[in-house]
Write a protein that binds this ligand. Structure first.
Ligand code: AMP
Length: 380
C-alpha cells in the first residue's frame, strides 16, 4: 500500500517519496483519511509510530486546497507540543513536506527558554504555528499572534503536556480559538486526566489506537553485564572502545548521574554530552542535534527526557542504570534496531538488582545470557 491511495496533492506525494516514506505506517493509514474528511481525531500513538506525518500531510493538503489570504499574524493551524525538542521536530516534518509545493506554506516553532523578540517578528506571515503553551500565551498577550483564525488544532503528546502541568495554559489557549475548528489530539496513553481535555476539545472524534507491537521488542538484540557500581564507568569505556561504537545512547536514572557519566567519558577522550530536565533548552537541543547528526559519539540521557525525543534506529543503547519500570526499559531499548537496522541494547546490572532485572525481562518475555564483568580484563 502506498501513499497514492490518500489522493494527496501530487506535490505532497512527491515529498513523501523524497523523505523515503514508501508505505504509510498504521497510524498514517488510519488517521490521514479521517483528517482529510475534516473529522476530529483522537490518536493513541507514540513517537516512532509516524504520528507526526499523519497530521502534517492532511493539514498541508487542506491548506493547498484553500486560499491562504493576506500575510497576517493569524496562523491557520496551531500545533501545541510539550517541549522545545518536539516543537523543533514537528516543524522539521512540516518544512520537509512543504518543499516545492505550488503555494508557499510557512511553518514556525515558538518555545520558551530563548529570547521572545525574534519570535515576535517572525510570526508575521506564518500559516502553521508549532508552540509550547507558555510561550504561545506570552506571544498572544503581547499581540504578536492572533489565534482567532485557527482552523485546525493539534495537541501533540497531550499526556505529556498534562504531566508537565500545562493543563491551565491549554485551556486558556483553547478559549482563544474559534469554536468552529478541526481538532486532533495525540497521546501515548489514554488517561483519566486526558478524558477531561478530550471532552473539552473533540466533537464526536474518530478514535484510533495503535498498540505497541511486541514483535518490535522481540527483535532487539539484548545483552547484559553483571557489574558493580564502581566498575560501570571503566566497563562503559571498554565496551565503547572495543566495539568501536560511534553512536551510543546511554541511560542513567538521574540528571546528576548523567552529568557525571558524560564528564568522565569526555575526560577519557570519548566525546559525550548529558541531556536531562535540568539542562537549559538550548543545551538540550544542541546536544540532541549533534548526536543525531553523528557529530557526538555519546549522549547520556534520563528517562524523563528520553520520552518524546525522536531518536531511533540507533546502533547502540546502553542502560548504565536500570530503569524503575519495564515500560521505561522497553521505551529505552526500543530506540535501537528499528526497521532494517540491527541494533544492540546492553544493560548493566548490579548483583543487588538481579531480581528487578528478572522482573523486567519476564514482562518482556525475554531471556538474556548475562556476562560477569568481574571475569573481564579491562583497566579500572
Ligand atoms: P514520529 O512518530 O512522527 O516521530 O515518526 C518517527 C520517524 O518515522 C520519523 O523519523 C519519520 O521521519 C519516520 N517516518 C514517518 N512516517 C514514515 C513512513 N511512512 N515510512 C518511513 N518512515 C516514516
Amino acid at each position: 500500500m502506498s501513499f497514492v491511495k490518500f489522493n494527496l496533492h501530487p506535490s505532497l506525494l512527491a515529498n513523501t517519496t523524497a523523505q523515503g516514506y514508501e508505505t504509510p505506517t498504521p497510524i498514517q493509514s488510519q488517521a490521514i483519511p479521517v483528517v482529510i474528511e475534516g473529522r476530529d481525531l483522537l490518536g493513541i500513538a507514540k513517537t516512532g509510530s509516524g504520528k507526526t506525518a499523519s497530521f502534517v500531510l492532511p493539514i498541508l493538503n487542506q491548506l493547498l486546497a484553500r486560499p491562504l489570504g493576506e500575510k497576517s499574524r493569524q496562523p491557520k493551524v496551531l500545533v501545541l507540543v510539550p517541549t522545545r525538542e518536539l516543537a523543533v521536530q514537528v516543524t522539521e516534518v512540516f518544512k520537509d513536506l512543504s518543499i516545492n509545493l505550488p503555494k508557499s506554506i510557512k511553518s514556525m516553532a515558538v518555545y520558551g527558554g530563548v529570547s521572545i523578540n525574534p519570535q515576535m517578528k517572525s510570526i508575521y506571515g506564518i500559516d502553521i504555528l508549532i508552540a509550547t503553551p507558555g510561550r504561545l500565551l506570552d506571544l498572544q498577550r503581547s499581540s504578536a499572534v492572533d489565534l482567532s483564525k485557527v482552523k485546525s488544532l493539534v495537541l501533540d503528546e497531550a499526556d505529556k503536556m498534562l504531566n508537565l502541568g500545562f493543563k491551565e495554559e491549554m485551556q486558556e489557549i483553547i478559549e482563544l480559538l474559534p469554536k468552529k475548528r478541526q481538532n486532533m489530539l495525540f497521546s501515548a496513553t489514554l488517561s483519566e486526566q486526558l478524558s477531561g481535555i478530550n471532552r473539552l476539545l473533540l466533537s464526536d472524534p474518530t478514535v484510533i489506537e495503535i498498540k505497541e507491537k511486541v514483535d518490535d521488542v522481540e527483535l532487539i538484540n539484548l545483552s547484559g553485564y553483571f557489574v558493580s557500581d564502581g566498575r560501570k564507568g571503566p566497563l562503559l569505556r571498554h565496551l565503547i572502545r572495543e566495539q568501536n561504537m560511534q553512536q551510543v545512547l546511554v541511560f542513567t536514572s538521574s540528571g546528576i548521574k548523567a552529568d557525571k557519566v558524560a564528564a568522565k567519558l569526555t575526560k577519557n577522550g570519548i566525546p559525550a554530552l548529558p541531556i536531562h530536565g535540568k539542562k537549559s533548552q538550548s543545551a538540550r537541543l544542541s546536544a540532541l542535534e549533534k548526536f543525531k547528526a553523528g557529530k557526538l559519539q555519546v549522549l547520556v540521557a534520563t528517562d524523563l527526557i528520553s520520552r518524546g525525543i525522536d531518536i531511533s534506529e540507533l546502533p547502540y543503547v546502553i542502560n548504565y542504570e536500570l530503569p524503575r519500570s519495564p515500560k521505561d526499559f522497553v521505551h529505552r531499548v526500543g530506540r535501537t534496531g528499528r526497521a532494517s537496522s540491527e541494533g544492540l541494547a546492553i544493560t548493566f546490572v548490579t548483583r543487588e538488582e538481579t531480581h528487578h532485572f528478572k522482573v523486567i525481562l519476564k514482562k518482556m518475555k525475554r531471556y538474556i545470557d548475562m556476562v560477569d564483568s568481574e571475569e573481564m580484563d579491562f583497566k579500572p
